[in-house]
Design a protein around this ligand. Structure first.
Ligand SMILES: Nc1nc2c(ncn2[C@@H]2O[C@H](COP(=O)(O)OP(=O)(O)OP(=O)(O)O)[C@@H](O)[C@H]2O)c(=O)[nH]1
Length: 842
C-alpha cells in the first residue's frame, strides 16, 4: 500500500559514487533499495530487450537515479538507447501505439494501487491537494463535476433500487477493465511535488503481490476532489447535487471538446477517459443511447494517440490492446500467481505439524488431515553392525600396479551442441562400437528421417530420445585407450532436464563442455537462458576438477581460427569470473559429425593454427594426471558409493545399483549399508564395462554396478549413498552450508523455497536461517552478521531445511567428502546457488 511522505521524510543523499560493475553497485545499496531494484530490474530488462547499448549497471543506475520511479526510468533509458530495428513508418506507429497501450495499462495499475490506499498519509496528501486546488484555481473542474455527477447518481440509485444491479454490472465491468480512478490522477499530479519513500514503494510492491490487494475495492471517486484544471471553463466549481441527465449532457459536451487531436493537449491524463466512461457507462439503462454515444466518444478519444493518422487497423489494434491484457500484464499476473502459490506453500509448511506417532505405513490416522498426500515415506531397516569379508580377497597393490588410470567424465553443453554425436563418434573411433552397430543405426535413423543423428543414437537409446532428438536421461558408456580407461556420462542439454544433468555431473571427475561453434549457435547457448553457463557453473559447484572445452561443429564455421579465438576469449572471461583457473581448462577444436579433432582423424587442410592433442588425447592427459592412485589413496578411507540408479532383476530379488565409488574399495562378499533406508546387504558381484562383466574389485573413482542379493529395491533410489558396515552416513533434515549465490532475480530470504540437489537426490527445501555474510575468498571471515536477505554473488553461512518432513537426505560434510559434501539450489528452473555442507543436524 503506498504511503506518502512529506518533505521532511525525503532522504537527501550524497552524490552517487562511480561503480565499476553491477555487483559493486548491488553492494552499495541498502536492504530496501536492493530489494526494490531486484523487483524492478527483470521487468526493465524485459522491456529494454529490443534496445541496443544497455547494460545491467546502467539500467540499475537509472532506476536508482529516478528514485525507483519505474516509468520515468524506463522512458529515460529508452530515450538513451537505440531501438534495434528501424522498422517502416507504419510499423513504427504500431509499436508506438503498443507502447501507449502498455503505458495505459501500467497507469491503470498505479491507479489501482492508489485506490486501495487509505493510510493517514495518503489522506493528508489528498487533503493538501484539495486545499491547494481550491486555493489556486477557484473554479470548477471536470473531476469536481464528475464527483457531483457520481454523488447524484448514487442518490438516484438508492432511490431506485432496481437500477442498482445495472450500476453494479457496469461498475464491475469497468473494474475488470482496470479503469483508473481519479485518485490515481491525483497521485500522478503530486508525484513531482511529493517524495515517496523507499519503504513505502517496497510495501506497495509487496502489497501489489498480496492476495488481498488484488480484490480491488470500488473506486471512491467522491474522495478525489477538484485536482484537475478545467478543460472546459464552467461556473460550477463545486460538486452540487445535480440532475444526472443534465450532468450527463454536460459531460458529453465536454467530451466533444476533447475528441479532436488539438484539444488532446488539454487533457492531461489518459486515465480520465476511462473514469469518464466508467461513470458514463454506469448510468441507468434508460440512457442506452447516451451510453452508445459516450462509448463512441471513448473510441474517438483514442484516436488522439495516433500521430498524424487515423488508420482504422491501427485504431482497432489500440482498442484491442486496451481490452486485452498487455504482455506486461500477462507476465506480472503469472508472477503474482507464482508468488501467491509459493506463499501458500510456505504458509502451509510453516504451520505444518506432523507427529511421528500419527504416521503409520505412510497414512495418517485421519486421511483428511494429511497435509501432503504424495509425500514419500522411507522405510528404514535395522542395519548390520558386523562387516563381512570378501569372498576372494585380492592383492590391492598388485591390482593397482596393473590397472590403467580411470576417469569418469560428463559431457555437458547447451541443447543440440552435438554432445551425443561427439560421444557416438568417439566410441566408434576408439573401437568401442563396431561398424555393424553404426550401420544399423544409420539405417534406422534414415528410416526415421533423422540421418544426421545416427552417431547420437549410440548414446540416446530410448525411443523417446530418438523421436525427440534430445537426450533425456543420463547415459553411461565405457571405453578404453592404450593408456587409460574412461566412463562417459552423457548428460541432457535441454533446460527441462537440468536435474538429470546435475545427477550426471555429480558422478564425474572431469567435464567435456561441448560448444556449438556454428554461426550464432554459440551466442544462443551462452547468452540469456542458454545452458552453457549453467552447466559450467554446475561443474564448478559440484567439484569437477578439469574442464575440456570441445569447440564442436567447427566444420560449420569452416574451421576458421577467428571464430575459435572469439569464442575462447568469451568463455575464458566467464570461467575466470566463476573462479576456474586456466590450468584447469583445455581447448580442442573438433567436429563430432566428421570426426576431425575427436580421436586420430586428421584435420581438414588449412587447420594449421592448432597442433594440440585431439579430444581423446586431452582426456588421456587428464586421466594420467588425476586417475592414478596408490594403495594409500584407496585403503586409507572407508568404502562409500553414490548411487545413480538401481535396477531389479531375477527371482532372487536381485538388485543392481550403479554409480561411482567415492572412496575406498569394494569386493564381492562384503556387506554394505544403503542410506537413508539403512538396509544392509551383501555384495554378490562387482560389475564393470558396457557388458557389465564381473571384476574382482572396484576402487575409488570407478563407475561400476554392484549386484546385491535380497535387497529392498523399492527403498533404493538415485541419490542414495552406500557405505561399508561400520561407517555410518547421517541422513539429514537440516544442515548448515557455506553458500555462494549466483545471479538472482530476487534476493533470498528466510523461508525462500527452492529445490535442493545433492548428487542425484533432489528435495524441496527452504532457507531456515541466514547466519552471516562471509568473505568470498576465504569463506570464513564474517563481513556482516545480522543478515535479512542474500543478494547475487554473495557468500554466506546459511541453515537449510527440507520442507517434506518425512524425507531425509544422506549427507556427508565437505570436510569428510569433497565430492558428496556439496549441494546445489535451484528455483523456478534456474540454478541460484551452490553450497558446501558444514554441519549436519541430527
Ligand atoms: N555440422 C555438424 N553437425 C553436427 C555436429 N555434431 C552434431 N551435429 C548435429 O547437431 C544435431 C544435434 O546433435 P546431438 O548430438 O543430438 O546434440 P546434443 O547436444 O546431444 O543434444 P541434447 O543431448 O538433446 O542436448 C544433430 O542433427 C547432429 O547431426 C558437427 O560436428 N557438425
Amino acid at each position: 500500500m503506498p504511503t506518502y511522505y512529506g518533505d521532511d521524510d525525503i532522504d537527501y543523499e550524497e552524490e552517487t559514487p562511480e561503480f565499476r560493475d553491477e555487483h559493486e553497485f548491488d553492494d552499495y545499496l541498502n536492504d530496501e533499495e536492493y530489494e526494490l531494484i531486484s523487483e524492478m530490474f527483470p521487468r526493465a530488462k524485459n522491456e529494454l530487450a529490443e534496445y541496443q547499448g544497455w547494460n545491467n549497471l546502467s539500467v540499475k543506475l537509472a532506476l536508482f537515479d529516478h528514485n525507483f520511479d519505474y516509468d520515468e526510468a524506463i522512458i529515460d533509458l529508452k530515450r538513451t538507447y537505440k531501438k534495434k530495428k528501424q522498422t517502416e513508418e507504419f510499423e513504427g506507429k504500431i509499436s508506438l501505439l503498443e507502447q501507449l497501450a502498455r503505458r495505459k495499462v501500467l497507469s491503470t495499475k498505479t491507479s489501482e494501487q492508489s485506490r486501495i490506499s487509505n493510510s493517514p498519509k495518503a489522506t493528508s496528501l489528498l487533503d493538501s491537494l484539495r486545499k491547494n486546488t481550491s486555493e489556486n484555481s477557484g473554479r470548477g473542474s471536470l473531476s469536481g463535476r464528475l464527483s457531483a455527477l457520481k454523488e447524484s447518481r448514487s442518490r438516484m440509485a438508492s432511490k431506485c433500487p432496481s437500477d442498482e444491479t445495472s450500476k453494479n454490472k457496469f461498475d464491475n465491468r469497468m473494474t475488470a477493465k482496470k479503469s483508473p480512478s481519479l485518485s490515481s490522477i491525483l497521485e500522478r499530479r503530486t508525484k513531482s511535488n511529493t517524495s515517496q519513500s523507499l519503504s513505502s514503494k517496497l510495501a506497495a510492491l509487496k502489497g501489489n503481490r498480496s492476495k488481498n490487494d488484488r480484490q480491488i475495492p470500488e473506486p471512491k471517486v467522491e474522495k478525489s476532489v477538484n485536482s484537475q484544471p478545467s478543460m472546459v471553463p464552467t461556473k460550477d466549481s463545486h460538486a452540487e447535487p445535480v440532475d444526472p441527465r443534465i450532468a450527463f449532457e454536460k459531460l458529453r459536451s465536454s467530451l466533444c471538446h476533447i475528441s479532436s487531436p488539438k484539444s488532446y493537449h488539454h487533457l492531461n491524463s489518459d486515465s480520465e477517459h476511462s473514469e469518464i466512461t466508467a461513470i458514463a457507462l454506469s448510468q441507468p439503462t434508460n440512457n442506452d443511447q447516451k451510453i452508445k454515444n459516450i462509448k463512441r466518444r471513448y473510441d474517438e478519444i483514442f484516436t488522439v494517440y495516433f500521430p498524424n493518422t487515423n488508420l482504422p487497423a491501427a485504431k482497432k489494434r489500440v482498442i484491442e490492446n486496451f481490452n486485452n491484457p498487455s504482455p506486461d500484464d500477462v507476465v506480472l499476473d503469472a508472477q503474482n500467481k507464482a508468488f501467491e502459490a509459493v506463499e501458500d506453500v510456505t504458509k502451509n509448511v510453516a504451520t505444518l505439524s506432523v507427529t511421528e506417532d500419527s504416521i503409520k505405513d505412510g497414512r495418517t490416522e485421519n486421511e483428511d488431515e494429511k497435509p501432503f498426500d504424495d509425500e514419500p515415506i522411507i522405510r528404514t531397516y535395522k542395519k548390520a553392525n558386523i562387516p563381512t569379508k570378501p569372498k576372494n580377497p585380492i592383492d590391492l597393490e598388485k591390482y593397482l600396479s596393473d590397472k590403467k588410470p580411470h576417469l569418469n567424465f560428463v559431457v555437458l553443453g547447451h541443447v543440440d551442441a552435438g554432445k551425443s554425436t561427439l560421444m557416438g563418434r568417439l566410441l566408434y573411433d576408439v573401437g568401442a562400437v563396431d561398424n555393424k552397430l553404426i550401420r544399423k543405426l544409420q539405417r534406422e535413423s534414415d528410416v526415421a528421417g533423422k540421418s544426421s543423428f545416427h552417431l547420437a543414437w549410440v548414446m540416446d537409446q530410448t525411443p523417446e530420445e530418438r523421436s525427440r532428438g534430445v537426450t533425456v536421461d543420463v547415459c553411461t558408456s565405457d571405453f578404453e585407450t592404450e593408456a587409460s580407461t574412461f566412463t562417459i556420462i552423457d548428460a541432457p542439454g535441454h533446460r527441462d532436464f537440468v536435474p538429470n544433468a546435475i545427477a550426471g555431473v555429480s558422478q564425474a571427475d572431469v567435464a567435456v563442455l561441448s560448444i556449438d561453434c556454428g554461426p550464432d549457435a554459440f551466442e544462443s547457448g551462452f547468452n540469456l537462458d542458454g545452458q552453457t553457463k549453467e552447466h559450467a557453473l554446475l561443474a564448478r559447484s559440484l567439484g569437477v576438477r578439469h574442464i575440456i572445452i570441445a569447440m564442436n561443429k567447427m566444420d560449420t564455421a569452416d574451421w576458421y581460427e577467428g571464430r575459435f579465438r572469439d569464442i575462447q576469449w568469451e568463455l575464458r572471461n566467464f570461467f575466470q569470473d566463476i573462479g576456474i583457473e586456466e590450468d584447469k581448462l583445455s581447448w580442442v577444436p573438433c567436429s563430432g559429425l566428421s570426426g576431425e579433432g575427436v580421436y586420430k582423424k586428421e584435420y581438414s587442410i588449412g587447420v594449421t593454427w592448432y597442433n594440440g592433442p585431439s579430444l581423446v588425447g586431452s582426456l588421456e592427459v587428464v586421466a594420467q594426471k588425476l586417475g592414478k592412485l596408490n594403495v594409500k589413496d584407496v585403503s586409507n578411507s572407508p568404502f562409500v558409493f553414490s548411487i545413480l540408479d538401481a535396477a531389479a532383476s531375477g527371482k532372487n530379488k536381485d538388485v543392481t545399483i550403479s554409480g561411482r565409488v567415492e572412496s575406498g574399495s569394494i569386493q564381492a562378499g562384503e556387506t554394505i549399508t544403503i542410506y537413508p533406508s539403512e538396509q544392509s546387504v551383501i555384495v554378490e558381484s562387482v560389475l564393470c564395462g558396457n557388458d557389465q562383466h564381473p571384476t574382482p574389485i572396484a576402487i575409488k573413482g570407478d563407475f561400476v554396478g554392484l549386484k546385491l542379493r535380497n535387497a529392498h529395491y523399492e527403498d533404493i533410489q538415485g541419490g542414495d549413498l552406500a557405505a561399508v558396515v561400520g561407517f555410518d552416513i547421517p541422513s539429514a533434515q537440516e544442515f548448515t552450508v557455506k553458500l555462494l549465490t549466483f545471479q538472482l532475480d530476487r534476493p533470498l530470504l528466510p523461508g525462500t523455497p527452492f529445490i535442493l540437489f545433492r548428487g542425484a537426490c533432489e528435495q524441496p527445501a527452504r532457507i531456515k536461517k541466514l547466519h552471516s555474510i562471509v568473505d568470498k575468498a576465504t569463506m570464513t571471515k564474517i563481513l556482516k552478521s545480522k543478515v535479512k536477505h542474500l543478494g547475487s554473488q554473495k557468500a554466506a553461512i546459511v541453515e537449510l531445511e527440507l520442507t517434506e518432513k518425512k524425507r531425509r537426505i544422506p549427507m556427508l560434510t565437505f570436510s569428510l567428502s569433497k565430492h558428496l559434501g556439496r549441494v546445489v539450489l535451484r528455483k523456478e528452473g534456474r540454478t541460484i546457488a551452490a553450497g558446501l555442507v558444514e554441519t549436519i543436524e541430527l
